[in-house]
Design a protein around this ligand. Structure first.
Ligand SMILES: N[C@@H](CCC(=O)N[C@@H](CS)C(=O)NCC(=O)O)C(=O)O
Length: 208
């Protein structure tokens, strides 16, 4: 039996969870080795997490790790073969990584993490400043889903994994939960994702 995939990063982290879910989908044993992003033990050259040990290789950057696992261990099942559908899936992963995650993380998710886990005062000013953009962005996603299904027409793909993890952090804040609940399609999609075994198996402790 091969050794478990080692995922170095914090136990509660969007990108750590993405790798955990992809491992689950591929049937690979995995473990999180708790490693804060800015600790000396973190070997990511840009100070991010996760760094992953798999098949004798050390890897960083979640898209490349996730694609490696899907190709090497899952027959590519998480990515549509059709070039147009694959382009749409990759566009949404790009949107998630480049625009959604930075906006949500800085403006809403991180202030709550610092408040809940580091005992910092909740930075209400930062949240209030970010909320209009966050609300606009959530509406954009919902309208795209209403219009053509966005990434959600191809069964369960890599885009579902990235976007669920990015949006779940938002949903675990009071403002994010209220914002998502008033949309039409996004909350239904989130509920549907939660039925997936890989998503159930990787729930954060704070979700139970
Ligand atoms: N481009 C990186 C981004 C990963 C990322 O942003 N991870 C967050 C945690 S979920 C992080 O390292 N945050 C610490 C920081 O930005 O200082 C990847 O895809 O792996």
């Amino acid at each position: 039996m091969s050794s478990p995939v080692q995922i170095f990063g914090p136990v509660i982290s969007t990108y750590v969870r993405i790798v955990e879910i992809v491992c689950e989908e591929a049937g690979l044993a995995h473990e999180v080795v708790p490693t804060p992003a800015h600790s000396p033990e973190n070997r990511h050259p840009f100070g991010k997490v996760p760094v992953v040990h798999i098949d004798g290789h050390e890897m960083y950057e979640t898209v490349s790790i996730a694609n490696y696992i899907d190709t090497a261990h899952n027959g590519g099942a998480l990515r549509p073969a059709d070039p147009v559908r694959r382009a749409a899936m990759e566009r949404w992963i790009g949107v998630g990584n480049s625009y959604l995650f930075p906006l949500f993380e800085r403006g809403l998710v991180m202030p709550y993490i610092m408040h809940r886990y580091a005992g910092a005062e909740l930075d209400k000013g930062r949240i209030a400043k970010a909320l209009p953009d966050i609300a606009k962005t959530l509406s954009f996603i919902d309208l795209e889903m209403q219009r053509d299904g966005a990434w959600s027409n191809d069964g369960f793909t890599m885009a579902d994994i990235f976007l669920y993890c990015i949006l779940r952090g938002v949903e675990l804040t009071p403002e994010g939960a209220a914002g998502i609940a008033q949309l039409q399609v996004l909350p239904l999609w989130m509920v549907q994702c939660r039925q997936r075994a890989s998503i159930k198996a990787t729930r954060w402790e704070s979700e139970t």
